[in-house]
Design a protein around this ligand. Structure first.
Ligand code: AMP
Ligand code: ZN
Ligand code: FE
Ligand code: FE
Length: 275
């Protein structure tokens, strides 16, 4: 494959993906990607392993992160790229978020238990340090216990936003999050805008973002056109990626959405300047 394709959105075993950082890089090389960014939820721990592995395989890699934030009570995912990997602002944010997630997960487990679906906390534990646990891990435990037959069912009936056993927990505001990313010299991007309700997107478009995710695995071609136009009007970067999670979302392959050379080079140069 000669066309330049860089997938800027995927998850490793440090959050809710099922491939290790090294396995992601190996797969990216195998399918002929020209560049990659691993965007775990609220942790950059994957980069310890990913940076030497990517260097060894000569795959250009950009630091990435998907931050969980809140606006008017609704969950908003913000993507960050090319930031300083040793930024205290980013590392503190991640540490804080993991503590918030732990409390939130406990509250969800309590709700499940009160509906006759007990799960022990150690059923979610893993040997990885600084890993972000989330609802997909709870959904996996529910499937294993036989409470539901699929991860989808767990979300639809019990733990999806607003469902019976959901608990949102506390998160940073979008504005605070953008500020943290900028302090770390990174770019702040609105993730998968088609998953956000219109009234919230309207507010986000007035904030100090640097870009929008215009290419995404499950966008229709009208969606692509709409978000690309929206971003271009503001002079924003248009990023894209598959949001690959491995076996957690088995029908979305790595590389099923991507950016071309120009956007990748812009972000890669920014990363090199910053690190
Ligand atoms: P959390 O970060 O714990 O709030 O969980 C959010 C993650 O759960 C998302 O990034 C998706 O990977 C996954 N997710 C959200 N909604 C669904 C759904 N309906 N079905 C399957 N996975 C979902
Ligand atoms: Zn996820
Ligand atoms: Fe997301
Ligand atoms: Fe994601």
């Amino acid at each position: 494959m000669n066309e330049f394709r860089a997938d800027l959105h995927c998850h490793s075993t440090y959050s809710d993906g099922t491939y290790t950082p090294s396995e992601l890089i190996e797969l990216a090389c195998k399918i002929g990607l020209s560049g990659l960014s691993i965007t775990d939820h609220d942790t950059i721990e994957a980069y310890r392993e990913a940076i030497p592995e990517a260097a060894e395989r000569q795959l250009p890699l950009i630091p990435g992160l998907e931050l969980s934030t809140v606006h008017k009570g609704k969950s908003v995912h913000v993507l960050a790229y090319s930031f300083q990997l040793n930024s205290a602002d980013i590392l503190d944010f991640c540490k804080n978020q993991r503590a918030r997630r732990e409390n939130r997960n406990k509250a969800i487990l309590e709700r499940l238990a009160s509906h006759g679906m007990p799960i022990e906390e150690d059923e979610l534990s893993s040997p990885l340090d600084n890993r972000s646990f989330g609802r997909p891990h709870i959904a996996q435990a529910m499937v294993k216990r036989g409470y539901v037959s699929s991860i989808q069912q767990a979300f639809h009936e019990y733990i999806g936003d607003g469902k019976l056993c959901f608990y949102p927990g506390s998160r940073f505001s979008v504005e605070e999050t953008i500020e943290i990313i900028h302090k770390a010299r990174g770019v702040a991007i609105i993730a998968h805008p088609h998953l956000i309700e219109n009234s919230i997107v309207k507010d986000l478009l007035e904030m100090k973002f640097d870009g929008i995710e215009g290419y995404y695995a499950r966008f229709s071609s009208e969606d692509h056109a709409r978000w690309i136009k929206t971003g271009m009007k503001r002079g924003w970067l248009i990023t894209g990626g598959s949001d690959f999670h491995g076996a957690i979302k088995p029908n979305i392959p790595l590389g099923s959405s991507w950016v071309g050379e120009e956007v990748f080079k812009t972000l890669h140069n920014k990363y090199l300047e910053n690190n």
